[in-house]
Design a protein around this ligand. Structure first.
Ligand SMILES: [Zn+2]
Ligand SMILES: [Zn+2]
Length: 361
């Protein structure tokens, strides 16, 4: 029998989001029904509301969640009612050209639930990133529900589902930060701080946090930043060189995603250093760099999508690091809110007042 539950819906472009009654079907083949316990408010949810992702309104927002499996479809193995899961927006298909080459983190055909969730009048909802977790229950593909240690508090564990994984993975998976590396991270919001935590756990010798907000820089030191640079009054490229013997860093991570920070990351690298872009740019943005600098400085310019993560490999690891007090996921949770408070949380996020607001159900 379908379930009528409350969910946060973006009805049309730019309009404030509202809590509405939505209809969630029972799981069909390959699907699982999840009772959501917590779901973080991410910039991407706001991008959906603003029509910046697609025009497929109405959207059911929320995509950074932990919860409990309530029911599984007929052919679903490895998951049972009561399992504690973090929901992923990447569920590798196993059969596309990337999966077949052993690179499932680049899967081109990631799985989602086949049945739509709907409004009461039957209008199908587009679930944000194929999840839709600002709801009491949500329907996802079985591969999206990744079992983790149930000892982890849901408001902390859920953050692994998007922002924390994106930042951590940008450092560890995409940037391949290793023991003895020097690292700079530009932008110390949730994703940037997760990159700092990842770099620190990977054994980086120096982790330099760059931001224009002293409060955020203070926060970055909680996650393992060894040095901070306020780039409002200082040239961050010169400052980072000054902190690395005049050379620059091995890995520079742009967690902002504007041309100015991209260029800063490009030039603050040591010779043959790696640039990782994880901040999501506006589609109208362009960057211009002298081709000779691209050539002569060597190294690699990479972008990181969801931290190049493999959820089944990485989610349980991050939860274990959290439970053993090496990764302070709790420090990302600025506030816990109700479903009805998502719109206000968007405003606080835009003003840069929070690392994460987390809806707790
Ligand atoms: Zn997100
Ligand atoms: Zn695939």
């Amino acid at each position: 029998m379908p379930h009528e539950v409350r969910g946060v819906v973006a009805a049309k472009k730019g309009a404030p989001v509202e809590v509405q009654t939505i209809v969630v079907p029972d799981p069909g083949p390959g699907e699982v029904l999840v009772t959501v316990q917590a779901s973080g408010v991410c910039h991407t949810d706001l991008h959906y509301r603003e029509g910046a992702v697609s025009d497929d309104f109405p959207f059911l927002l929320g995509h950074e969640a932990a919860g409990t499996v309530e029911a599984v479809g007929t052919d679903v193995g490895g998951l049972a009612p009561g399992d504690y899961v973090v929901i992923a927006w990447r569920a590798p298909c196993g059969t596309c050209r990337s999966c077949l080459r052993g690179r499932p983190w680049y899967c081109f055909d990631s799985r989602n639930a086949a049945q739509p969730m709907t409004l009461l009048d039957g209008t199908p909802l587009s679930a944000a990133l194929g999840i839709g977790a600002f709801a009491e229950k949500t329907l996802v593909a079985a591969g999206q529900a990744v079992k983790v240690d149930p000892a982890a508090r849901p408001e902390a564990a859920g953050l692994i589902g998007c922002g924390v994984m994106a930042g951590y993975g940008a450092a560890v998976n995409t940037g391949n930060v290793g023991r003895g590396d020097t690292v700079a991270v530009i932008g110390c919001g949730g994703v940037g701080c997760a990159a700092i935590a990842g770099a620190s756990l990977a054994g980086a010798r120096r982790v330099i946090a760059v931001d224009i907000d002293d409060k955020k820089l203070d926060g970055a030191t909680r996650f393992g930043a060894t040095h901070t640079v306020n780039s409002r009054g200082t040239d961050p490229v010169e400052a980072v060189r000054g902190l690395t013997g005049g050379f620059g860093v091995d890995v520079a991570i742009d967690a902002v995603g504007v041309p100015e920070t991209y260029k800063q990351a490009f030039y603050m690298r040591d010779h043959a250093g790696v640039l990782v872009q994880v901040g999501v740019p506006d589609p109208a943005m362009a960057v211009e760099l002298p081709l000779i600098d691209l050539f002569s400085r060597g190294g690699a310019l990479k972008s990181s999508w969801y931290g190049d993560c493999l959820p089944t490999r990485d989610f349980p690891l991050l939860v274990d690091q959290y439970l053993s007090r090496r990764l302070d996921l709790g420090a990302f949770v600025t506030e816990k809110i109700a479903l009805a408070e998502v719109e206000e949380a968007f405003a606080r996020m835009q003003r840069g007042e929070v690392l994460r607001s987390v809806v707790v159900l």
